[in-house]
Design a protein around this ligand. Structure first.
Ligand SMILES: [Mg+2]
Length: 308
């Protein structure tokens, strides 16, 4: 299999490859846009893994980093490593705030501009993360994603740690240490599909998910298009199994993928045109791998005017 020269974009007859796959929806050869856009957080919107950064604050980076890497590559289930990592770190609320700041300092190139453009185009944006809820939610809010469209792992704090007799003072909350995490779909490798279904609820529209890890790949069964993101870490399993794999450092190719040529027509003359244009250029010049010829040709037809 040759990567690189293979582009991707689906079309043609309604081949029912899977019950939810996007193949069945595309009867003609137009690039169809998506309405509900789901992003992973760590190594997708930000270049860091939040839990590894926390570990660094505590001098436990080696032990925790090995576990994260194994989970993201699909070698260990997240359920096996989640508790182990947190037990090793035992973060305080103050340290979580520091991680929110780190997420913000390490934004993936064009992440903010892509989200701004998607919002301008009326797309619904979600963040689904196996990271910790406080920093992910704070980071997502700064990006302009509403808190109810963000899901991550909630922690419980020990109210009796820090100077508990001054519990009402912000500094005390700051010092509270982690007690336990709420086990749920985001702490196991196969849980993200359930969260997508919950968040989408009865919202109509086509779904696109972007992520770098094995737990993101697991959402393929509930979205119309899964886009692997390799701009921060290119994981072999994700690259091999994604319908579309973005390998540019920038997230800009998500825009033409999500919004199609009709989206581009709407951003012309607006502040969003530049990042959309960059996305098209990157996508057509090696920044993106598309697995099926049909899909690739449809994308090229949509964005290269003289392709018949
Ligand atoms: Mg990730």
């Amino acid at each position: 299999m040759r990567w690189g020269s293979q582009f991707v974009f689906g079309t043609v007859e309604s081949i029912k490859l899977c019950s939810w796959g996007f193949h069945h929806a595309m009867k003609d050869t137009r690039w169809t846009s998506f309405d509900l856009i789901f992003f992973d957080c760590d190594s997708t919107l930000s270049t860091i893994e939040g839990i590894d950064e926390l570990a660094r604050l505590k001098g436990k980076e080696w032990r925790v980093g090995v576990l994260t890497e194994k989970a993201m590559n699909g070698d260990l289930d997240l359920a096996e490593v989640y508790g182990k990592r947190l037990q090793a770190i035992r973060p305080t609320r103050g340290q979580l705030k520091a991680i929110e700041e780190r997420y913000w300092e390490t934004l993936v190139p064009d992440a903010q501009a892509v989200i701004d453009a998607l919002r301008f185009l009326g797309k619904q944006i979600f963040i689904i993360s196996g990271g910790l809820a406080e920093p992910v939610r704070g980071f997502g809010k700064r990006l302009g994603v509403s808190p109810e469209q963000i899901r991550a792992v909630e922690l419980e704090y020990n109210e009796l740690s820090g100077d508990w007799w001054r519990y009402y003072e912000p500094q005390t909350q700051h010092d509270q240490t982690y007690l336990d995490y709420n086990e749920g779909p985001l702490t196991v490798s196969s849980g993200k599909p359930r969260i997508i279904n919950e968040l989408a609820g009865d919202k109509r529209g086509r779904r696109l998910m972007v992520g770098d890890g094995a737990s993101d790949l697991a959402t393929r069964s509930v979205v119309d298009l899964f886009v692997g993101f390799g701009g921060v870490v290119a994981r072999e399993k994700v690259r091999d199994q994604s319908e579309v794999f973005v390998q540019s450092k920038s997230l800009a190719p998500i825009l033409p993928l999500a919004a199609g040529p009709s989206g581009y027509a709407r951003v012309i003359g607006t502040p969003h045109q530049a990042v959309f244009g960059l996305g098209i250029t990157l996508a057509l010049n090696g920044g993106m791998i598309v697995k099926s010829d049909d899909l690739r040709q449809t994308f090229e037809k949509a964005f290269i005017p003289d392709v018949p």
